[in-house]
Design a protein around this ligand. Structure first.
Ligand SMILES: Cc1cc2nc3c(=O)[nH]c(=O)nc-3n(C[C@H](O)[C@H](O)[C@H](O)COP(=O)(O)OP(=O)(O)OC[C@H]3O[C@@H](n4cnc5c(N)ncnc54)[C@H](O)[C@@H]3O)c2cc1C
Length: 294
């Protein structure tokens, strides 16, 4: 494929959030914010999008860092890189579903540049950080010139490459609540090869067991790359709740998950294969989440 040069643009490097929001308001539809540029610059090279002004978010302190609080949970800055998340011991140990996802994304080079905020705001159905954040009940902080609002990760996506983010808003932080006792989860991703590939199917499972019992008290299953947006699988979740987790039950949940998905066939996989693999991966994810609790 012939790779074109980047089209001409003016680069802006704001040092604060208000400065970035002012630039967005000033240049309106001719401007785009970016962090790592691993999605945006590729789209610009393909001439899918031609902004005249680029606003670099990586110099803004409010968007940086990973802050853990034993009571509230963890706040991940939207401009935190995938590599920073992968290297975070707190995320690996306490928010393992997100760590599982980031660990299998792209390549070390892309993870060094790419950010969690960019992954979410690209809003592609296969975005790997989306199912884990949905399964963990995360919320996203969106800030515009008129104030800020919080949106649950599961309500953020509207369609392929579409989200509730307004043109004049910036995603600043991702808030993930602490896991309750006797809970854990996992993210499993199916790819055509073991690196540098988007998901054919991604499944995130979060389970909480009832206190002192082996019965499932809470279950959240989120699927990626099998619908126009990342989705929950409520039928699969209902099958698990108030039951003892075992192989048969996990298999039933897998079947129920494959019913809610409505993928497309594309160069990565056929629709039928994706649905079959949702069933297989959901069963595996439920059993692995359960194993991690015990
Ligand atoms: C070789 C390669 C492999 C890849 N593999 C994977 C993979 O395995 N899994 C996967 O999910 N993705 C993958 N990607 C896609 C990409 O790397 C990720 O989505 C990455 O996390 C994007 O982050 P970024 O900071 O580079 O986004 P950018 O390109 O900077 O921005 C992406 C979009 O989000 C907007 N945006 C960015 N930050 C904000 C913000 N804080 N507020 C509002 N809007 C914002 C931008 O305007 C733009 O529209 C891959 C890309 C490449 C090139």
């Amino acid at each position: 494929m012939f790779i074109k040069r980047l089209p001409k643009f003016v680069n802006h490097g704001p040092k604060s959030l208000p400065e970035a929001l002012d630039l967005l308001a000033k240049y309106g539809h001719t401007a785009k914010v970016y962090a790592g540029g691993t999605d945006l610059l590729v789209a610009m090279k393909k001439r899918e999008i031609l902004p005249e002004h680029l606003i670099n978010l990586k110099g803004i302190t409010e968007l940086k860092g990973i802050h853990y609080d034993g009571i509230e949970g963890i706040r991940v800055g939207a401009a935190a890189t995938l590599a920073e998340i992968e290297q975070s011991k707190v995320i690996e140990e306490k928010f393992c579903i997100l760590w599982d996802a980031v660990h299998v994304m792209a390549s070390p080079q892309v993870r060094t540049l790419g950010t969690i905020g960019g992954n979410l705001c690209s809003a592609v159905p296969s975005a790997d950080t989306a199912p884990p954040l949905i399964a963990m009940g995360a919320s996203l902080n969106l800030v515009g010139i008129h104030g800020e609002r919080k949106v649950l990760a599961q309500d953020f996506f509207r369609g392929p490459k579409e989200s509730v983010l307004q043109r004049n808003e910036i995603l600043t932080q991702i808030l993930i609540p602490n896991f309750p006792p006797r809970s854990s989860g996992v993210y499993l991703k199916l790819m055509r090869r073991n690196a540098l590939d988007l998901a054919i199917v991604g499944v995130a499972a979060f389970l909480r067991l009832d206190p002192n019992k082996q019965i499932c008290g809470e279950a959240k299953i989120a699927l990626g790359a099998v619908a126009p947006t990342p989705i929950r699988a409520p039928l699969a979740e209902e099958i698990l709740i108030r039951k003892e987790i075992n192989e048969v039950l996990a298999g039933e949940a897998g079947k129920a998950a494959s019913v809610v998905c409505h993928p497309i066939s594309d160069m990565r996989s056929s629709l039928e294969y994706r649905c079959n693999m949702v069933e297989v991966l959901t069963k595996r994810a439920v059993l692995e989440a359960y194993r991690r609790i015990l």
